[in-house]
Design a protein around this ligand. Sequence first.
Ligand code: SF4
Length: 428
Amino acid sequence: MTQVTRAKNGEISAEMRLAAVNEGVSAEYIRDKVATGRIVIPANVNHSKLEAVAFGQGLKTKVNANFGTSEDYDQLENELEKLKAAVEAGADAVMDLSTGDKIKETREAILNNSKLPVGTVPIYQAAVETVKSGRGIIEMEVEELFGVIADQAEEGVDFITVHCGLTLETLRHLAAEGRVTDIVSRGGSFMAAWMLHNDQENPLFEYYDRLLEICYKNDVTLSLGDALRPGSLADATDRAQIHELLVLGELVDRAREADVQVMVEGPGHVPYDQIETNIKLQKELCKEAPFYVLGPLVTDIAAGYDHITAAIGGTAAAAAGADFLCYVTPAEHIGLPDIEDVREGVIACKIAAHAADIAKGVKGAKERDNKMARARKKLDWEKQIELALAPEKLRESRKEHNQSLKAEDACTMCGSYCAMKIVDKQLK
Ligand code: SF4
């Protein structure tokens, strides 16, 4: 039985109760929103380590960190270190995007070590295994793809990105559009190449009911991927992207009817002024399904600093209603992120999410800032460290920049001309 079935039956599960405590809302609120699909709790029945997290309406904006091996970097230990860094930095979920040699072992190790919900993109494994067997991705068998999805569901993966909305009709819109960057979603590109070569409908769309059965059995949450997410500002909000979104809206309805939890993924590279429109459209067309966005990146020209580009877009998106932000690291558009990139990416994304939560009026968000303001006024550095989104960074930075000062002193920025001290003294 899935969380939705239980919620529809009026039951409050342990996962709903935990989410309610962590969010500071009532368990009934969580249950009612899960029942209507406005909140999801990705919690595969086989993921024994999981401490459930809820995503969606009225809740804190959540942050996802991606990592995983690649052909060129295939060290399982490194990926476990990245998991540790992501957890320490405050991620709410992780995705294993491995395409290296030991995909299954890497995923198992991450599942065994992660209390956070774990997501995957199953077509990666299906594609890599097809290539390893001496065939091209276009020769991947439908059975192989569904076999991988079923295996991952049995292993305990909590949510899967599946590009079900990419249809032959959507691809016709893409061809007509004349995009600059065509398709930048890796899974989307695999699926599109397969469909175009074989002149066949997307099996994830054609056999969607089969996918729903697998997800229902293990309570895997569907994350309906946007294969046509714009990969450049020039391609944002075009007909191809919106056509796919229309299809995804219909698939949300079908998932809800089958008691399968579902969220929808979104763009991508989007000019700042188009972000709110994108979020409102998704919320409307997908009947307020939780929205999981990558970035959005508000400019194409900041490689090396794309965690900042994405944080700007992430705040705008979440303030407009997006529920879940996928981090972007400083290595985006450059290479596989290392451990430090993961840490920086999560922190940047946490800042974006928190800024949006203040704007959205999420319970408790602004109170933390108010406490920080009071601690600053009192020059209470320990309290500031406790309240900071990146406490270790503040502790180290305070030490590094103020070596000659005492713990209770102001700081080297203004020294004896500290505004806080001067005004405090006079007001007293
Ligand atoms: S010295 Fe200046 S920057 Fe430092 S705490 Fe005082 S007012 Fe703030």
